[in-house]
Design a binder for this molecule. Structure first.
Ligand SMILES: NC(=O)c1ccc[n+]([C@@H]2O[C@H](COP(=O)([O-])OP(=O)(O)OC[C@H]3O[C@@H](n4cnc5c(N)ncnc54)[C@H](OP(=O)(O)O)[C@@H]3O)[C@@H](O)[C@H]2O)c1
Length: 309
């Protein structure tokens, strides 16, 4: 429904849609215009100045959410740059990693969790963009490892900004052979997968590891880390992504949208199961994942549906 229209205008349109025979399952009415969801190939063309989002060069900006629930509620707001303190650096942002969590944040799905755990009770306190890539713009007094002009990747609280200031220890050098957008895909995904598989699970050569949603960002990183460690990878993904996973070197691939993986793994391993599960799915996927574990080494990195104890 159009949040900007009066309910007397939107309700008849909603009724029309509900009573119509079309097969659309995502419809948005905006200022009287009906939109439906379509995926189309983007044509390579230069946008006209009217089509481009105007972003003033001189004014530093940050992407902010005005109201939970709709991605349309995102807009750029002017900010003041914050000079780095003694152990901090300031980065001029060139590219930002867009994470599942940013989408959950914009839709307000983590609202209660944020209020309880982080004390974020007002949408204006919410920041977006957990990682970014850019160029060091200034350094704090006690920072010797970074210099102005260095190309870096970093964990930051508000990456969707022209400039961010963050702790120097959250900054890493950008691989020279990678572009800024390519490097922006690395920090969180590889950190999460590395921390789970190497630091917590202490993955060993020859071990069997089940990686759920292996075609996702963390999943792809986990596949690479597990294969590099000499482990045998069992992966779940949607069937259209199976060829892609095969191209990464994964041989045992199962469906991420059904629970069949549990019986398939027991069959493939002659009842032995796997040594490690790296999981981001919740609900019954967790119970089924425990069922195929040889020992208890399950690393769950999702935010909801975590089993206690
Ligand atoms: N705790 C942490 O530190 C941490 C760090 C990073 C990420 N995370 C969390 O881990 C999860 C995965 O992150 P990511 O960056 O890898 O995300 P991503 O790149 O968007 O991948 C998510 C994957 O989930 C699968 N999936 C299963 N059911 C789904 C559904 N109903 N709708 C959409 N996707 C579904 C999809 O794979 P298929 O289509 O193949 O099923 C998709 O590839 C997110 O919940 C994220 O918030 C946590």
């Amino acid at each position: 429904l159009d949040p900007k229209s009066h309910v007397s205008e939107t309700i008849p349109k909603l009724v029309d849609e509900l009573l119509s025979n079309n097969n659309e399952d995502q419809i948005a009415i905006r200022q009287g215009v009906r939109y439906v969801a379509r995926l189309v190939q983007q044509q390579k063309q230069k946008l006209t100045s009217q089509q481009q989002l105007p972003i003033p060069e001189a004014q530093p900006l940050e992407l902010k959410l005005s109201e939970y629930g709709l991605i349309d509620n995102l807009n750029w707001q002017p900010i003041q740059r914050r000079p780095p303190k003694a152990q901090e650096v300031e980065i001029q942002v060139k590219a930002v990693g867009l994470n599942f969590r940013d989408v959950l944040n914009a839709l307000g799905l983590l609202k209660e969790y944020y209020a309880q755990v982080l004390g974020i009770t007002n949408v204006e306190q919410l920041t977006l963009g957990l990682e970014c890539v850019g160029v060091i713009a200034s350094v704090g007094d006690n920072v010797s490892q970074w210099q102005v002009g260095d190309e870096v990747m970093a964990f930051v609280p508000n990456g969707f900004s022209s400039f961010v200031t963050t702790a120097a220890e959250f900054v890493m050098a950008k691989p020279k052979q990678m572009s800024f957008p390519e490097a922006a895909t690395l920090p969180l995904t590889f950190f999460t997968a590395y921390y789970g598989l190497q630091h917590l699970a202490k993955i060993q050569p020859g071990e069997r590891v089940l990686i759920h949603a292996a075609a996702g960002g963390v999943g792809q990183a986990a596949v690479q880390i597990a294969l590099q460690a000499g482990a045998e990878v069992f992966a779940t993904a949607s069937p259209p992504k199976w060829d892609f996973l095969k191209s990464l070197g994964v041989q045992q691939i199962m469906n991420s949208r059904t629970f069949d993986f549990a019986s398939e793994i027991m069959h493939l391993t002659q009842g032995a199961g796997v040594d490690i599960v790296l999981n981001s799915l919740n609900g019954e996927f967790i119970d089924k994942s425990f069922a195929v574990l040889y020992q208890v080494r399950i690393i769950s990195y999702n935010k909801t549906g975590i089993v206690a104890g």
